[in-house]
Design a protein around this ligand. Structure first.
Ligand SMILES: C[S@@+](CC[C@H](N)C(=O)[O-])C[C@H]1O[C@@H](n2cnc3c(N)ncnc32)[C@H](O)[C@@H]1O
Length: 261
């Protein structure tokens, strides 16, 4: 979605990610263009807008947070560590992901001819077998460090108990944790059901959903009391003014940045 955004949408882009396409390999642009009709449906644009917006919002908040560590939980093909801007050079970055996903990404980095940055570490873990607390426990994170977690596009695949355990691990990782996460809201219409069916057909069924109120309560329960939900109004004001001709602001809130007191 981020790669498609670079070639299908109109500058200034919602999210600048000049490496996204190259990471996918030499055939990526042709593949995106071969499916252009699908990318340009209402649903295709909505999904692309969400995926680009969650990365843009998270990196904007990361910059403001002046963190010491950036931990991407379920990093996927996120390219932040590879294209890190000057303000990020002092960060220690950790990508945690499923062993299969991470191995493919590292292979793709090597194929693109890029070196893995020195301030980037990888931890491979299957969260159904190993807890985030165990993984973080091996990272020697000092209490005073500001640790910023990115948890994008993952909670909907986890049970509520798994989400609780992960939030607990983040909250106790240091004295200054913060998290930017996405969550799925309960289905409302036919579009939501179509998306749910599509994802299930790919073998990645949604497991959990939350209203913003329920997510706010959950974050509070884990100590993340300062919460900034990217509501449609806020997203429109910050990222879609003036309105774009290609992508539209989300109709519901599904991204939140939260810090402890
Ligand atoms: C939809 S992708 C999101 C990737 C990235 N955060 C982004 O914004 O593009 C979901 C990620 O969760 C990871 N994931 C899913 N189930 C997992 C598990 N059981 N253990 C570890 N990672 C898992 C996948 O490997 C993938 O990287």
């Amino acid at each position: 979605m981020r790669a498609a955004h670079q070639i299908l949408d109109t500058p200034p882009l919602l999210f600048e990610d000049p490496l996204a396409l190259a990471l996918l390999g030499p055939d990526a642009e042709a593949m995106i263009r071969a499916h252009i009709a699908r990318h340009q449906t209402l649903y295709g644009r909505g999904l692309r807008s969400h995926v680009c917006l969650r990365s843009r919002f998270t990196e904007d908040r990361l910059r403001q947070a002046e963190a010491d560590r950036y931990v991407l939980v379920g990093a996927g093909l996120d390219t932040f560590a590879l294209r890190q801007p000057d303000w990020a050079k002092g960060l220690r970055i950790l990508e945690i992901d499923h062993p299969a996903t991470q191995a493919k990404k590292r292979e793709a980095i090597a194929k693109a001819g890029w070196a893995e940055p020195q301030n980037l570490a990888f931890a491979a873990a299957d969260f159904t077998r190993e807890s985030l607390a165990d993984i973080l426990g091996r990272q020697q994170i000092a209490r005073h460090e500001k640790v910023f977690f990115s948890w994008l596009g993952v909670t909907m695949y986890l049970t509520e108990a798994e989400i609780d355990a992960s939030l607990d691990a983040m909250a106790h990782a240091s004295d200054h944790p913060s998290v930017s996460l996405t969550f799925k809201q309960p289905d409302r219409g036919q579009g939501d059901k179509a998306m749910r069916d599509l994802v299930a057909s790919l073998g990645e069924s949604y497991v959990s959903d939350f209203t913003p109120e329920a997510m706010a309560a959950k974050l509070t329960q884990h100590g993340f009391v300062n919460q900034e939900f990217l509501t449609p109004e806020r997203a429109t004001a910050e990222y879609f003014t003036p309105p774009r001709s290609d992508l539209t602001a989300p109709r519901r809130s599904g991204i939140v940045y939260a810090t402890t007191a």
